[in-house]
Design a protein. Structure first.
Length: 250
């Protein structure tokens, strides 16, 4: 029910071969490859090569973590990301819901994000690719009501949402948000971080993640849970947290 893996941007300074070896050593089974360093959107040949290396290692390409922002970029600017994702063999492309938080975005800003997202969903659906919003501050998905409103307004079958907990909220508040987003949820990013954004061992947040796992289990869908943000960007910290993740989501 739970596939566990890594978000490659956790280790921007490592090359893809090193990342694949780390994930293999950790016993995880999936990678989200980022577009900013490891799989640039303007190099489909590199994307294809990394996709092949990933699969040859017995690891699934879970998604393509792009930095494309609907409403900031145009639908035409999405084409390289789609081509790279197809070359990589990624069934999911993560995008960002504009560049303004829900409280700061005007109706025109919101409409620009929504209409552009509809356009890229229509481009992706022909290739059986799902588009997902990152659940993140500084975008329309900075809180649950706005995130769900955006997904509903887009109204496309291949539009879904990521989720990660907000360190500034309580476990109960985060759990309520997760439960509400379940019908739209594609992927979970896992980490341990406090309100000051200081990173901690994942084991220190085990009680939180046990709560979130129980909520995820309320829906039968299979969803990747991918590690992101380890202490000091340290591979040893990743291996430690990967062990905790595998135990939590066994």
């Amino acid at each position: 029910m739970f596939e566990t893996g890594l978000v490659s941007v956790t280790f921007r300074k490592l090359d893809p071969v090193e990342i694949i070896k780390l994930v293999k050593t950790a016993g995880l089974t999936a990678i989200e490859w980022g577009s900013d360093v490891h799989v640039p959107q303007d190099d489909p040949e590199r994307a294809a090569a990394i996709g092949t290396l990933t699969r040859e290692a017995g690891i699934r390409v879970a998604s393509y973590g792009s930095y494309y922002r609907p409403g900031v970029h145009t639908p035409e600017e999405f084409e390289p990301y789609l081509k790279a994702a197809l070359a990589l063999g990624a069934p999911v492309i993560r995008v960002w819901a504009g560049n303004k938080g829900s409280a700061d975005a005007s109706p025109a800003d919101r409409e620009s994000v929504i209409s552009c997202t509809q356009a890229i969903c229509d481009m992706a659906v022909a290739h059986n690719v799902t588009i997902c919003y990152e659940y993140h501050n500084g975008t329309l998905t900075d809180q649950i009501d706005s995130a769900i409103d955006a997904i509903a307004a887009i109204n496309r079958p291949n539009m879904k949402l990521y989720w990660q907990y907000n360190p500034s909220l309580s476990r109960e508040e985060n759990g309520n948000a997760l439960r509400r987003v379940l019908p739209y949820l594609q992927t979970v990013h896992a980490f341990a971080m406090d309100a000051s954004l200081t990173r901690h061992p994942l084991a220190e947040a085990a009680a939180d993640w046990q709560t979130y796992k129980a909520i995820l289990a309320e829906s039968p869908a299979d969803r990747p849970v991918l590690l992101e943000f380890v202490e000091g960007d340290d591979p040893e910290a990743f291996l430690r947290d990967a062990k905790t993740l595998a135990e939590l989501f066994a």
